[in-house]
Design a protein around this ligand. Structure first.
Ligand code: G3I
Length: 367
C-alpha cells in the first residue's frame, strides 16, 4: 500500500500533475496559515476581548465603583459603564445615615435597595458605606443631647436595621469612616467619640460583628496612603484593636489623590497593614487634575491609575481598587475642589480616558 510518500521535488516537474500538486500545496499552506492566524495571536486577542472584570478576575482582585441611585436606575449609559467595567459597587451616598434613617425609627430603603438589587441583577458585589461617620448625619442624630446609653442604643438600632436588612447580600462594611482629623494624627472628636468615649471604635466593630458575624468589617480613611503621622496613628489604632481581639478585617485607603502627587510608596504603606493579616483596599480612588485638563496631564493620569492598580496587585490581601464615581460628570471633585476636575477613568460623556488604559495595562500583566 502506498503510504504518504514524501513530496519529492522531481515529481513537481511533470505537466498536469505539477499544477494539481502545487494547488494542493497552496491549499495546505492556506489551511495551515489560517490555523496559525487563529492560534498564534491568542494572547493578544484574549486580552483585547477580555474586559476589565475578566482581567481583574485573573488577578483575583475586585474593581469597584461608587454609584449614585438616580443615574444607576435611569441612565443606560451609566449602567453600561458600571456593568462593563466593574465587579462591585459602593453606594456613594445612599447608605449613609442621613439617607437611611432621616428621622429616628423612620428608614428609607429605596436608595439602598436600588443599589443592592442592581448589583445582584448584574452579578456585582456590594461594599457597604458607611456606618459611623462625622458627616451626613441627620439632624435628629447630630443635634441630639445624647447620654452614653441612649447613643449606644441609637447605634445598635441603626446597625441592626442596616446590617440586618442586607445580611449575606452586603459582605463588607465601612464600619468606621475617617476616625482621624483631616491632617491627623489626632483622633477626630466626632459625636461617637464625645459621647461613647475614644473606645467607640472597638465598641462599634464589636457590635457590628455581633449583628453580622460573617461581614468583613473595615475602617476607611484618607491621608494614610503615603505614610506620615496619620498613617502611623492608624497603624497604632489598628494594632491595639487587633491585640485586644476586636473584630477588624480590613483597612480602606481612600485614594483621593491630586494629579502629580500620587504616593510612589503606596504599596509599602498598604503592606504595613496587610502584614498584620488585614485585608486592604483602595476604596475611593480619584486623581483630580487642575482645570483645564491638558492632554499631557491626562496621559500622566494614565500612569497614575496604572501605578495604583499595580500597587494593589503587589500587596498580599489587597482585595480591590474602587473608583469614586462612574464618570467625571458625576464626580464629587468639582463641587468640593473648585478648579479641579477630570478625576475619573471615564469623561463627562462616558468616554474612556487614558486612565482606564492605565488600569488595563496594570491588569494585563501576567498574574
Ligand atoms: O441630597 C441632597 C439634595 O436633596 C440636594 O438637592 C443637593 C443640593 O446640593 O444636595 C444633596 O446632598 C448632597 C449629597 O452629596 C448627595 O447625597 C450634598 O450636598 C453633598 O455635600 C454630598 O457630598 C458627598 C460627600 O461625601 C459629603 O461629605 C459626595 O457626594 C460624596 O462623594 C462624598 O463621599 C465621601 C465618602 O462618603 C467618604 N470619603 C470621602 C468622600 C468625599 O467626601
Amino acid at each position: 500500500m502506498r503510504g504518504a510518500a514524501p513530496v519529492r521535488w522531481h515529481a513537481l516537474t511533470r505537466g498536469r500533475e505539477v499544477l494539481l500538486t502545487a494547488g494542493a500545496l497552496c491549499a495546505v499552506i492556506l489551511v495551515v496559515t489560517a490555523i496559525l492566524a487563529v492560534a498564534l495571536p491568542q494572547p493578544e486577542r484574549e486580552e483585547a476581548e477580555r474586559g476589565l472584570p475578566q482581567l481583574a478576575g485573573a488577578h483575583e482582585i475586585g474593581l469597584g465603583v461608587a454609584v449614585a441611585v438616580d443615574p444607576l436606575t435611569h441612565d443606560p449609559d451609566y449602567q453600561s459603564v458600571v456593568t462593563d467595567n466593574y465587579t462591585s459597587v459602593t453606594a456613594e451616598n445612599a447608605m449613609k445615615w442621613e439617607h437611611v434613617q432621616p428621622e429616628r425609627y423612620q428608614f428609607d430603603w429605596n436608595g439602598p435597595d436600588a443599589v443592592v438589587d442592581f448589583a445582584e441583577h448584574h452579578g456585582l458585589d456590594v461594599h457597604g458605606h458607611t456606618l459611623l461617620w462625622h458627616n451626613q448625619q441627620p439632624s435628629w442624630l447630630a443635634r441630639g443631647d445624647w447620654d452614653t446609653g441612649e447613643l449606644r442604643e441609637v447605634m445598635r438600632e441603626h446597625m441592626e436595621a442596616l446590617l440586618g436588612r442586607y445580611q449575606g447580600r452586603i459582605t463588607s462594611w465601612d464600619v468606621i469612616n475617617e476616625p482621624f482629623e483631616d491632617h491627623g494624627p489626632r483622633p477626630r472628636e466626632n459625636l461617637w467619640y464625645q459621647v461613647l468615649g475614644e473606645d467607640y471604635i472597638a465598641e462599634a466593630l464589636s457590635m457590628a460583628h455581633e449583628i453580622d458575624p460573617a461581614a468583613k468589617l473595615y475602617i476607611n480613611e484618607f491621608g494614610i496612603e503615603g505614610g506620615g503621622a496619620k498613617t502611623d496613628a492608624m497603624y497604632s489604632l489598628v494594632t491595639d484593636l487587633l491585640d485586644r481581639g476586636v473584630p477588624l478585617h480590613g483597612i480602606g485607603f481612600q485614594g483621593h489623590f491630586v494629579h502629580g502627587n500620587v504616593p510612589r510608596d503606596l504599596a509599602e504603606h498598604m503592606r504595613r497593614f496587610s502584614d498584620l493579616g488585614l485585608e486592604v483596599t483602595v476604596s475611593e480612588l480619584d486623581v483630580r487634575i487642575p482645570e483645564p485638563p491638558r492632554e499631557q496631564a491626562l496621559r500622566q493620569q494614565e500612569q497614575e491609575y496604572q501605578h495604583v492598580v499595580q500597587a494593589c496587585l503587589e500587596v498580599p490581601r489587597c482585595m480591590s481598587v474602587s473608583v469614586w464615581g462612574v464618570s467625571d460628570q458625576h464626580s464629587w471633585i468639582p463641587e468640593w475642589f473648585p478648579g479641579y476636575t477630570a478625576a475619573l477613568p471615564f469623561d463627562e460623556d462616558y468616554e474612556p480616558k487614558p486612565a482606564l488604559d492605565g488600569m488595563v495595562e496594570a491588569l494585563s500583566r501576567r498574574p
